[in-house]
Design a protein around this ligand. Structure first.
Ligand code: AMP
Length: 427
């Protein structure tokens, strides 16, 4: 077969029928869980101002320094959003959401874009779901955000995960820590990997994320941030851990978990799956009390998480979790002849208006092919219609599973099926 002329860009996938149903299941579970936790959905544009992302995410990060899909049009600088925390905070400031009172508990689902080198679990267009609590500095918010994230995975059936937590303190505490890290790594500079050498001056905390073998002995002995935390930071961290224990959320402290972004303060966390291979982070997040001010808003303590849907699906595959909620149609109208075909089209509307999903043949096929097609579409019932049926107002309703048939008037069919439609799964 000839290769198609046009294809998707590398690292960007079509999500085809057959696969898309899994996404819908995951999205339904996310929305349902967010509702249980009293989080409202927010949707923001795919394109943001480049400056917002640069400031919000941080110049030194890989996301900003290497991975932005950015372009100019007229006088404006656009970037395809690489994450959603900064845009959500932008929206919160722009629309004065704080004036709605209380905390703003928001969640989102959508595509993100990073010009990374594509590999397993690393795409250039990928999808995240996430949530933010804006307007609280209390440890209960940190723990409830973690509970929301964990609950989504639990409902999907991904339970063999590892939750790592740490505190990254305040910027002042971090500055001292960063200096200590430089002092620690500098004598071994020439023994470090090339990437870590580059990070030593600019962003030595990122060395802690290195997977390079030659860096490991020095990372193991590196100072830990916890030793640089002041009384208030320690108190916050201690409360978070107490609440986690009280709520029976298993976690492991990881003293080297720093999550590279500049805006994090205090709590940082990451959810790891042993079923993912080298890109093993399902999701992560933390507190970012200074981000709103950093991008020109009022002081707004906040905490949030973001998780990747592609990785979630990879974990489901590794764990043999079947996300297919079987796609089925309630009724397939099988028609014989033009008159029956016209009749069927008008009756589809009657059925659908009653919440009964319905379809028919669009290709003028034989009865046999139509019955086959009804099977392929997983139709629960077929209605068979020819000239005779039309003049008698008596149609054969066939229950496809039970292989039973009954002759009924169309109105009786509608009544019967109203009691069984797939649309009534949710009340
Ligand atoms: P981050 O915003 O980098 O902390 O990412 C949060 C989560 O989004 C990660 O744990 C991944 O599940 C997912 N993620 C981040 N970058 C990618 C990517 N390039 N491809 C697929 N998933 C990603």
């Amino acid at each position: 077969m000839a290769q198609p002329k046009y294809t998707t860009h590398v690292g960007m996938d079509d999500i085809l029928p057959g696969e898309v149903e899994k996404w819908q299941t995951v999205e339904e579970i996310i929305r349902e869980t967010a509702r249980e936790f009293n989080f409202d959905e927010i949707r923001t544009p795919i394109l943001e101002q480049t400056e917002l992302i640069a400031r919000g995410v941080g110049q030194q990060t890989d996301i900003v320094s290497k991975e932005m899909f950015a372009f100019e049009r007229g006088d404006d600088q656009y970037v395809l959003r690489p994450e959603l925390t900064a845009p959500v905070v932008r929206s919160y400031i722009e629309h004065h959401l704080d004036q709605r009172g209380g905390t703003q508990n928001l969640f989102y689902i959508g595509p993100m874009f990073r010009a990374e080198k594509p590999q397993k679990g690393r795409k250039r267009q990928f999808h995240q779901f996430g949530a933010e609590i804006l307007g609280s500095s209390e440890p209960v918010a940190d723990v409830d955000i973690i509970q929301l994230m964990m609950r989504i995975y639990e409902k999907i059936g991904i339970t063999n995960t590892e939750l790592k937590i740490n505190s990254v303190g305040t910027p002042e505490e971090r500055e001292q820590y960063v200096q200590a890290l430089r002092d620690h790594f500098r004598p071994h500079e020439s023994e470090l990997s090339e990437v870590s050498q580059r990070r030593l001056e600019k962003n030595p905390m990122r060395i802690l994320d290195s997977k390079e073998d030659e860096d490991q002995p020095f990372i193991e002995k590196a100072p830990v941030i916890i030793d640089f935390l002041g009384k208030q930071s320690m108190q916050h961290y201690k409360r978070v851990k107490e609440l986690m224990e009280h709520n029976e959320i298993p976690y492991q402290e990881d003293p080297h978990l720093v999550r590279g972004l500049d805006y994090y303060t205090h709590t940082a966390f990451e959810l790891i799956s042993p079923d993912l291979g080298s890109q093993d982070a399902l999701g992560g997040g933390g507190r970012y009390d200074l981000l709103a001010e950093e991008i020109g808003g009022p002081s707004t303590p906040a905490v949030g998480f973001a998780s990747g849907i592609e990785r979630l699906l990879m974990a489901c595959e590794a764990l043999d979790i079947d996300l297919h909620r079987e796609a089925a149609v309630d009724v397939y109208i099988v028609t014989i002849g033009q008159k029956a075909n016209d009749w069927a089209l008008s009756k589809l509307k009657v059925l659908r208006n009653k919440g009964i999903s319905a379809t028919m043949d669009y290709q003028g096929r034989s009865i046999k092919s139509q019955m086959k097609d009804a099977d392929r579409e997983n139709a629960r019932y077929t209605i068979i219609v020819g000239e005779q049926e039309l003049s008698d107002n008596a149609f054969t309703l066939r229950d496809m599973q039970a292989s039973e048939e009954e002759a009924l008037a169309f109105e009786e069919i509608v009544d019967r099926l109203s009691q069984h439609s797939t649309a009534d799964v949710k009340s």
